[in-house]
Design a protein around this ligand. Sequence first.
Ligand SMILES: [Zn+2]
Ligand SMILES: [Zn+2]
Length: 143
Amino acid sequence: MIDKSKKYWHGDSADDIDEYLRLYSGVKSIDVKPVLCHTCGSDRFKIWVDEDEAAIQVECTECGFKKIILDCEDIWEDADPHAGICPECKSKDYNVRVGFVRRDNGSVKHVYIGNRCSKCGLLGSYLDWSIKFEPTNTMENNI
Ligand SMILES: [Zn+2]
Ligand SMILES: [Zn+2]
């Protein structure tokens, strides 16, 4: 359930990111996928983001595994990433999901990052960006 009573919205589980991204993007058909650690399966990450370059790397808070996701590898060298910090409780521990907005042919035209503070539940979207290439299968699967 999303709690909308405060300035920032909060969710009591990572599943609330799906609904949050639907409302945030205004796209009912947005296709939301969880980001899970490839090594230990955890769904909690420290996130490194550059809002200007639209680049994100996730770092598992259980085992330390790091991954530059989606198509961000291409621009990572030029990025100046900083650690995401919850504006409310100052935690750096997030659940992360990605939302794909698709073209009629199924390829992705826009990506949204959805994040939920695992400590206080604060919901947000650090980044979203347009995808200007096709096909997008490789990019989509790189989470
Ligand atoms: Zn891990
Ligand atoms: Zn928080």
